[in-house]
Design a protein around this ligand. Structure first.
Ligand code: AMP
Ligand code: FE
Ligand code: FE
Ligand code: ZN
Length: 309
């Protein structure tokens, strides 16, 4: 049945223009602009049959996404993009690392949710600290408007601070806010309560998830990070982009025997250069490895979804 599953996936990925799977996207539950049902509807219209929801540090959007997906016959893979930092061998917390975690139907165990809650709480103090830095830089934004952009009960992130900067007229775009003030190590940047990346990978494994390194091209020291996370049990890393396979990172993934994956990282910002849902193609063989690593249940349920189209 394994061979059958692979040939089924292959047949589907050869289907003219059919985009099957998107493994990375965001909703209003973190810093995306579409609600979970609106995101699922858009994915459906774009031909996505299997969608992994990967909001920053929360799985709050998953139930509504599953409910919305039901009417389209789509399958939602519960996921989360965990805010981590690289812990060097000398014990120093280094650069930001985003680790994607994918779960089966029931979502993560309690142990993970507690850690996610801790990171989300840290996001409030971090956003406050960034707002304080902006005030000192004579670019004041209102704390209330940061919280309003984040939305009810949603832990604030840099994009919400960026939108407040645009609203206050200090910059003309979110991109400019990041470029001038909020980029990693930027003048108004602050650290939060990120998890050491290796610990996150171990936790994901312990709780039955699949651990995947997100957008390694945004790392300063990808090799150190990949080495450490592989030792911790990393399953895969993103190497596919809308422009295709990133050769250097595909080679790195091969060298460390990691599954080569990717997704759109869609946020619904409406930016002209944003990669839309379903725009990143992942070969059938890699999807097969991913689904098999996760849980045989995934492979079966994904196959039953696909065969019904
Ligand atoms: P945070 O999780 O609060 O550190 O914010 C990271 C998020 O900021 C990413 O997931 C993107 O949504 C957004 N982001 C990062 N860099 C940029 C940029 N240069 N321009 C616009 N948005 C960005
Ligand atoms: Fe984001
Ligand atoms: Fe990310
Ligand atoms: Zn993301």
């Amino acid at each position: 049945s394994d061979c059958l599953a692979l040939s089924c996936l292959e047949a589907w990925s050869r289907c003219d223009g059919a985009v099957l799977v998107d493994l990375h996207c965001h909703t209003t539950c973190s810093d995306g602009l579409l609600s979970p049902p609106a995101l699922v509807e858009r994915a459906h219209k774009r031909g996505v049959k299997v969608l992994a929801l990967t909001d920053h540090d929360t799985m709050a959007g998953v139930p509504a996404a599953i409910a919305a997906a039901r009417s389209y016959g789509m399958r939602i893979i519960p996921g989360v993009e965990i805010s981590c930092r690289y812990l060097s061998s000398s014990g120093e917390m280094g650069e930001l690392v985003h680790v994607l975690a994918y779960y089966g139907c029931c979502g993560p165990a309690q142990g993970l949710e507690e850690r996610l809650a801790h990171i989300r709480e840290g996001r409030y103090a971090r956003a406050r600290s960034m707002v304080d830095k902006l005030r000192d830089l004579k670019k004041p934004v209102r704390w209330e408007s940061v919280l309003e952009f984040a939305g009810d009960g949603v832990a604030p992130g840099r994009p919400h601070v960026a939108r407040a900067l645009v609203q206050a007229g200090h910059v003309s775009s979110v991109g400019e806010a990041f470029h001038k003030y909020l980029h990693d190590g930027g003048p108004a940047y602050s650290n939060g309560s990120e998890l050491p990346a290796g610990e996150a990978v171990e936790l994901i494994r312990e709780t039955g998830g699949i651990a995947v390194l997100a957008h390694p091209w945004s790392l300063k020291n990808p090799l150190d990070v990949v080495k450490q996370l592989k030792d911790a049990g990393l399953h895969g890393m993103e190497v596919y982009k809308s422009s295709g396979r990133d050769k250097a990172f595909a080679d790195l993934a091969d060298a460390y025997h990691l599954v080569k994956l990717g997704g759109s990282d869609f946020h619904g910002t409406g930016a002209a250069d944003e990669t839309d849902l379903g725009k990143v193609e992942v070969p059938a063989k890699a999807l097969h490895e991913f689904l098999r690593a996760g849980d045989p249940v995934w492979l079966d349920s994904v196959m039953s979804i696909l065969s019904s189209f």
